[in-house]
Write a protein that binds this ligand. Structure first.
Ligand code: ADP
Length: 172
């Protein structure tokens, strides 16, 4: 599995799947979620509504998959990051679950390339350095890693980009 770092807008990437930092309603929101629904068009929301009708949204740490609508990627994997409130261990586990469950869903759908935003580090206020360490370590430790060819970490803000540059430098 190749790990890549990119600075920019995840909605522009031509990969098998981009991951959305969604919320439990699956009905869209601000930040990256808003950008994905805006550019991807109504097909994404329609599938989210179907999933919601069937299973009542998506729990924190879990993931669901839809079409990518008008986006260049094939799929969007929607995962719900934890809202940071200081309960460090529980929130860290839930953030790791987001990455693991997204990768498992990717494998089930034959996805070979996947791009992640910095889940929970926007509106949900997870500390950025801690979130990046969890993201990188969870993906490095993922036991079925050979089934995915490429994982791209997409940073939208400078601070996250610098943090990932530092952490990924140390990745053997
Ligand atoms: P959360 O609610 O999980 O914190 P946000 O969307 O508020 O989700 O933020 C998650 C991360 O996504 C933040 O680091 C934010 O800078 C980043 N982000 C916002 N828009 C985009 C985009 N178009 N592409 C990639 N990352 C984005």
């Amino acid at each position: 599995m190749i790990l890549e770092l990119l600075k920019g807008d995840i909605t522009e990437l031509n990969v098998d799947a981009i991951v959305n930092a969604a919320n439990t309603s699956l009905l869209g929101g601000g930040g990256v979620d808003g950008a994905i629904h805006r550019k991807g068009g109504k097909a994404i929301l329609e599938e989210c509504v179907q999933i919601r009708n069937k299973q009542g949204g998506c729990k924190t740490g879990e993931a669901v998959i839809t079409t990518a609508g008008n986006l260049p990627s094939k799929y969007v994997i929607h995962t719900v990051g934890p809202v940071w409130n200081g309960d460090k261990e529980e929130k860290s586990k839930l953030l790791a679950d987001c990455y693991k469950n997204s990768l498992n869903l990717a494998i089930q759908n034959g996805i070979k390339s996947i791009a992640f935003p910095n889940i929970s580090t926007g509106i949900y206020h997870f500390p950025k350095y801690k979130a990046a360490e969890i993201a990188v370590n969870t993906i490095k430790d993922f036991d079925k890693s050979e089934e995915i060819e490429k994982v791209i970490f997409v940073c939208f803000d400078d601070e996250n980009y610098k943090i990932y540059q530092n952490i990924l430098q140390d990745v053997p």
